[in-house]
Design a protein around this ligand. Structure first.
Ligand code: PLP
Length: 381
């Protein structure tokens, strides 16, 4: 597999390139931002309403409620569902810490579970085995954009009278069968942190749901407990977690390109899948019904840290999402109930390779060439 042109060894290949996305949309972004600034609609107003409408349509849900970030989105969903002290919430331990923070911040107990060794996602079997008298919800994390068996999880949750919440913070544009990420659970949360597939120019997040009562409760909880159109009434203890208009205007512009950018990510992943050595680089399985908008392209390799260091020497930046599982982090260790073998082992093997819409075929091939060379070597040391 050699007669292809590969990028020169001097070139740095970053893990992600946000600047290229900004540059592509720069004119529209400047105009949108300028409009908000010139009208001084900084919090709420029509830019937020417009984005919420666009995002709900994109996710196939009736409502979208913009909030300050993805972690707040999860916490506000839990609070609006009345989940708190005494309740257990099932969460995979291999997620971004925000998933777990949200559970603990609302006073509930995270019930950490292991994940499937092929997908690194929860399965209905894993969730079923973890349900107890105290279980109030399960958070299905759509890690790296990959999708768990949401149709079965929804049926299971309904039968067990627990809430299915989707953490779709890495799955903008993914789908299970013909339904978009965020539309299976009672609610789905999104983060628009700059590095996500749809990223703002700062922190931003959103909840999507078909439940009007839940949407209203979240809107009020994120806005000082105000009922709709009653600026001086504060009917519940709440907080400020609103989406600001500058961020909403950025998101409205960028989301027009989201599908094209996701398609470009997919093309890069297809090259990775074709050229990486299948005998030494372990790839995550994708279920037949999963349509993935790839957030990261994660492979599993032995001697990951050696490979990673050698890639960096060759100018290739990589990431680890995430090196320390949540149940082993200091604030959450007290909730751990035992070893989680797949999560713990995979944390030493996972490696996120460069992936962004503007990565070139040449760059991907260069990464493949270096990875193939290194995994061949390290196995013989
Ligand atoms: C990014 C992320 C979050 C949290 O989002 P923030 O906007 O950074 O608070 C939650 N869950 C997952 C899986 C994420 O990747």
């Amino acid at each position: 597999m050699t007669p292809i042109h590969v990028a020169s060894a001097e070139e740095i290949i970053p893990l992600a390139d946000l600047g290229a996305m900004t540059a592509e949309a720069r004119h529209e972004l400047d105009a949108a931002w300028d409009d908000v600034v010139s009208r001084s609609v900084f919090v709420g107003g029509d830019p937020v309403a417009l984005f919420e409408e666009q995002w709900a349509r994109y996710c196939g849900t009736q409502f979208a409620v913009g909030v300050a970030n993805g972690t707040d989105a999860i916490e506000l969903i839990l609070r609006a569902l009345g989940i708190g002290p005494g309740d257990e919430v099932i969460v995979p331990a291999n997620t971004f810490v925000g998933t777990v923070e949200a559970v603990v911040l609302c006073g509930a107990i995270p019930r950490f579970v292991d994940v499937d060794d092929e997908t690194l996602l929860v399965t209905p079997e894993i969730v079923r085995a973890a349900i107890s008298e105290r279980t109030a919800a399960v958070i299905a994390v759509e890690l790296y954009g990959n999708m768990p068996r949401l149709d079965e999880l929804a049926v299971l949750a309904e039968a067990a009278h627990i809430a299915l919440i989707e953490d779709a913070a890495q799955a903008h544009g993914s789908a299970w069968a013909d339904k978009p990420a965020g539309s299976y659970g009672v609610a789905g949360c999104f983060s628009f942190y700059p590095g996500k597939n749809l990223g703002a120019f700062g922190d931003a997040g959103c909840v999507v749901t078909d439940d009007s009562t839940l949407a209203g409760a979240i809107r009020s909880l994120a806005n000082h407990g105000r009922p709709p159109d009653s600026p001086h009434v504060h009917s519940v203890l709440a907080r400020n977690s609103r989406l600001d208009a500058l961020q909403a205007s950025v998101l409205s512009v960028k989301m027009v390109r989201l599908d094209a950018w996701n398609a470009a990510r997919r093309k890069a992943v297809e090259i990775y899948l074709r050229w990486l050595r299948a005998d030494r680089v372990r790839i995550l399985t994708v279920e037949p019904s999963a349509r993935i908008a790839y957030h990261q392209h994660v492979v599993r390799v032995e001697e990951r840290d050696v490979v990673r260091e050698a890639l960096l020497e060759r100018g290739i930046q990589t990431g680890i999402h995430y090196p320390i599982p949540c149940h082993l982090q200091t604030p959450y260790q007290t909730f751990a109930t035992g070893r989680l073998p797949v999560v713990e082992r995979s944390a030493t093997e996972i490696l996120s390779l460069p992936l962004y819409p503007h990565i070139t075929q040449t760059q991907v091939l260069r990464v493949c060439e270096c990875v193939n060379e290194l995994v061949g070597e390290s196995a013989h040391e």
